[in-house]
Write a new protein. Structure first.
Length: 156
């Protein structure tokens, strides 16, 4: 039971006051540094919270409220980018990149699993035998003279 509740979570704010708080957390205070409208006690933040409450009471959606606040106070106060237009790419590109990387990993692992072992052919064995026959140690019969200088006929 608890696992089901935890997995499904809540569907959203249960009251209008909760909704006002949720929206206020996504708008930064135009006067304060590093504070949202929900955290700030400045006069402008209080006015914005009142305006959000009025818009919630009138039945506006969260996106409509954020758009109205952004239009009135400048879109720079919005802490979450819009999900449409060029700003929507901020949301889409990471998801697409993750899915593409995951698909590439799956395809790579499948290819590794489908490779058949390679066996040497008779032509390969003949090529190796010919290369070994050309080595100096194969001609003299001992493998100890690899680093020793060869004697020449001009030395006295």
């Amino acid at each position: 039971m608890a696992l089901t509740v935890g997995a499904l979570g809540s569907t959203g704010p249960s009251t209008n006051e909760d909704r006002v708080q949720d929206i206020s957390r996504t708008i930064k205070c135009p006067e304060c540094r590093g504070e949202t409208v929900a955290e700030s006690n400045s006069g402008i933040s209080q006015q914005i919270r009142i305006e959000i409450a009025k818009l919630v009471q009138s039945g506006s959606t969260d996106d409509e409220i954020r758009t109205a606040i952004g239009a009135h106070y400048n879109n720079a106060v919005l802490l979450t980018p819009r999900s449409s237009g060029v700003a929507g790419l901020v949301w889409i590109i990471p998801v697409v990149a993750f899915v593409a990387a995951l698909a590439a990993l799956v395809l790579t692992f499948r290819q590794w699993g489908q490779r058949t072992p390679q066996h040497a052919t008779d032509a390969d064995r003949a090529l190796v035998a010919a290369a070994l026959a050309r080595e100096p140690s194969a001609r003299t019969g001992s493998g100890d003279d690899r680093g020793a200088p060869e004697a020449t006929a001009t030395e006295s």
